[in-house]
Design a protein around this ligand. Structure first.
Ligand code: VGL
Ligand code: ZN
Length: 234
């Protein structure tokens, strides 16, 4: 399309300046579960979980100002959710149970209950650049780690249709936790055909069971998921 002297090309590719992206068209930042219960003093605290806030705020502002999209997810459970140990008789935190549609559901401490302080985003996370918030895990009998599919691997959150609908092809992921919600979101993203990048300094893990962060990173790398520091992206 030609308007005056300006040639507008809708498909303008990322303009590289000094190796860094300056146009984030077709690119989305997905901020996974940066909620109080996953931060220090929260019910299911991820060690140093709050350290993801600063790099994510910087990235979100950059993406939002450079034609990118910013999406945040929130774990959003009813008080009697199936993933809570206390919802089951004679079960304890860390036990693993089989559900009709989910084999190997881990039982967690009660966390991110709808409408509670623990389910709120961390108070320093800047919500202004966020274009869309996806809530997940709100069905009593189904847990959801991934931003794309709940743990039955078929109930969709709608995120894939949204991203494809606005032409997103590349996804950067940060947030909590590296070995659960970030991991499953990244694995779904790559299999749904997105170029997928984990922002190394903008993720932290639960590391339960011990070694699960290392294992998750290895599987992601073996699946063509890239790891990059926020400084390289900004
Ligand atoms: C998460 C465990 C249970 C996460 C959510 O956000 O990684 N982990 N629910
Ligand atoms: Zn949860």
């Amino acid at each position: 399309m030609q308007i005056g002297f300006i040639f507008l090309n809708k498909d303008t590719q990322s303009i590289k300046s000094g190796g860094k992206m300056s146009d984030f068209t077709k690119t989305a930042l997905i901020i996974i579960d940066v909620q109080n219960d996953f931060c220090p003093n929260g019910a299911l605290a991820v060690p140093n979980g709050d350290e993801v806030v600063n790099p994510l705020n910087k990235l979100a502002e950059k993406f939002s100002n450079s034609n990118g999209k910013v999406i945040a997810t929130a774990d959003w459970h009813p008080a009697d959710h199936v993933s809570f140990a206390e919802s089951h008789k004679e079960k304890k935190i860390g036990d693993i149970i089989d559900l009709p549609d989910v084999k190997g559901q881990i039982l967690w401490v009660k966390h991110c209950v709808q409408g509670t302080k623990g389910a709120d985003f961390h108070e320093n996370l800047n919500l202004n650049p966020i274009h869309l918030i996806i809530r997940k895990g709100f069905r009593k009998n189904l847990d959801s780690y991934s931003a794309f599919f709940e743990n039955d691997c078929k109930t969709t959150t709608g995120l894939d249709a949204f991203l494809k609908g606005i032409g997103i092809t590349t996804i950067f992921l940060g947030g909590l936790a590296t070995d659960y919600c970030v991991f499953y979101s990244a694995m779904d993203a790559i299999s749904l055909g997105y170029k997928t990048i984990i922002v190394k300094d903008a993720v932290r893990g639960v590391n339960y069971p011990e070694g699960s962060v290392e294992k998750a990173i290895k599987i992601m790398q073996d699946s063509n998921i890239l790891l990059q520091n926020s400084e390289e992206i900004l």
